[in-house]
Design a protein around this ligand. Structure first.
Ligand SMILES: [Zn+2]
Length: 476
């Protein structure tokens, strides 16, 4: 069945037809790296990770690009406060991004372009916009002239007049229209800058995403995603400058936006100060529970946050894991049948769950509804486990279906962790033994044996460090 996607551009659910058969190109606006990311940011990241995983499950070859905005007013301001280099600050938070993303089981993108590494591409677009009369230079600041782009407002569904009336736009005499936006910003003293045809400066935020998405995905790529707060002005401006540059050719075909996380009915945001960093929340709840909470509501519906919601998510995830655990145990006791495999109610339940899961996900990635299919199968599995006669075939079918579908949403229900813990327990014991043998060798001044142990371990990625408290080891 075809996937339907709610397209912000057309304001309706549309059947998804990729630009190229069998392939999907996605661009999601990544974080501005001046802090750890908060739960509101995490929702967007997890949602598009889920979209990407589901498209892969459906057999598409997916190219997923997510940028880092690593030069920006916010970064510069923060760096000034902390008295450090803005680009170094950005690099630090890029590294930190990957730690939190991993905790939430967000896969790394195929490409993570950084704005600072694509300045020539941005300059190229701005130059062309200037040549076409869509941009103008005011003493080193270059602006996009919104009045020259007839489609301006098509994404947010507002006319230029409405925007001007509705927005309290700062009066800036250099702008020809108050809605004009900066493509290139003249460098102020102490700011990072690059050389350009308009003098030393740095790019505006919006142009970054146009340059990087077009570079890696080309015009008319399939899905452009981001948080709902990016519709205007960020994505509206991306469309204007990109389609202006592309001579009216379509920039991106499906625009997807997730709703906010709210705290006491207010949007969670850095500016309101009511945000919770993922880095802090994972101290209380495992990353998989946070992810389970984030995908437990359809991505276009607001999601309220409090600890109680995470406790509920934790219980839900545990219910699924419990069924898997019980089924695994039962499977260990049931002998594989020699008789022909019977299509019993559990096999049918597994098939039904897959069908319902796909129907839910095909319908604009309704992960909340997809959860219902998983819980239903877990329930059927639990009932089956109370029966006297169990078929290994049916248990395997149900177990595989449940774990496979959960994995499509980024959850690992199988009890690998216990296995991994047991393994790491054994490894600890073996390492203790090896360190003891090495210590004995050293006492006997048998340096050859001591070095052999150290070097061979190093070759397999285990490093031994000699400290005043004795030798310790770690996996590199
Ligand atoms: Zn963007």
């Amino acid at each position: 069945m075809a996937i339907k996607i709610y397209n912000t551009l057309t304001r309706r659910k549309e059947e998804f037809v990729p630009r190229e058969q069998g392939r999907v190109a996605i661009y999601a606006c990544g974080p501005t790296t001046y802090n750890y990311f908060h739960l509101g940011n995490a929702r967007m990241l997890v949602v598009f990770d889920m979209v990407r995983r589901y498209l892969k499950y459906k057999g598409y070859a997916v190219t997923f690009v997510q940028n880092f905005t690593d030069v920006d007013d916010k970064i510069i301001n923060r760096a000034n406060e902390e008295g450090c280099d803005p680009l170094a600050l950005a690099r630090k938070y890029i590294d930190e991004y990957f730690k939190d993303a991993k905790a939430l089981n967000i896969l790394p993108a195929d490409v993570h372009p950084k704005a600072t590494e694509h300045i020539p591409e941005m300059i190229e677009i701005i130059k062309k916009l200037e040549e076409k009369g869509l941009a103008y230079n005011e003493d080193g600041d270059v602006y996009f002239a919104v009045e020259k782009f007839p489609g301006y407002g098509k994404l947010s569904g507002r006319s230029l007049e409405d925007m001007q009336a509705g927005a309290r736009v700062e009066i800036d005499e250099r702008k020809r229209n108050p809605m004009d936006f900066a493509l290139w910003k003249k460098a102020k003293p102490g700011e990072p800058y690059w050389d350009s045809p308009w003098g030393k400066g740095r790019p505006g935020w919006h142009i970054e995403c146009s340059a990087m998405s077009l570079k890696y995905l080309g015009p008319g790529f399939d899905i452009h995603g981001g948080g709902g707060d990016l519709v205007f002005p960020h994505h509206e401006n991306e469309i204007a400058q990109s389609e202006g540059y592309l001579d009216g050719q379509q920039f991106a075909r499906y625009w997807m936006h997730n709703a906010f996380i709210t705290v006491n009915q207010e949007k969670m945001s850095k500016s309101l100060g009511n945000f919770f960093l993922v880095r802090d929340v994972v101290q209380k709840f495992p990353g998989e529970v946070i992810r389970f909470y984030l995908l437990g509501t359809h991505y276009r519906s607001p999601l309220d946050f409090d600890d109680e919601k995470l406790v509920m998510a934790s219980r839900g995830l545990e219910r699924l894991k419990n069924s898997v655990r019980l089924a695994q145990e039962a499977l260990g006791k049931v002998l594989p049948e020699e008789e022909p495999q019977v299509e019993d109610e559990l096999v049918q339940a597994a098939r039904k769950a897959r069908q319902e899961f796909e129907e839910a996900m095909d319908d604009d990635f309704n992960s909340a509804q997809a959860y219902a299919a998983l819980f239903e199968l877990a329930k059927e599995l639990n009932t089956y486990l109370t029966k006297e006669v169990k078929q290994a075939y049916s248990l395997t079918e149900a177990l595989n279906t449940l774990t496979e579908l959960a994995a499509v949403l980024g959850f690992d229900l199988a009890e690998e962790k216990q296995g991994a813990q047991a393994d790491s327990g054994k490894l600890n014991e073996v390492m203790e033994l090896l360190l003891e043998v090495r210590q004995n060798a050293r006492q006997k001044k048998d340096w050859a044996t001591a070095d052999l142990i150290r070097d061979r371990l190093k070759n397999i990625g285990i490093v031994i460090e000699d400290t005043p408290e004795g030798a310790r080891w770690y996996i590199k």
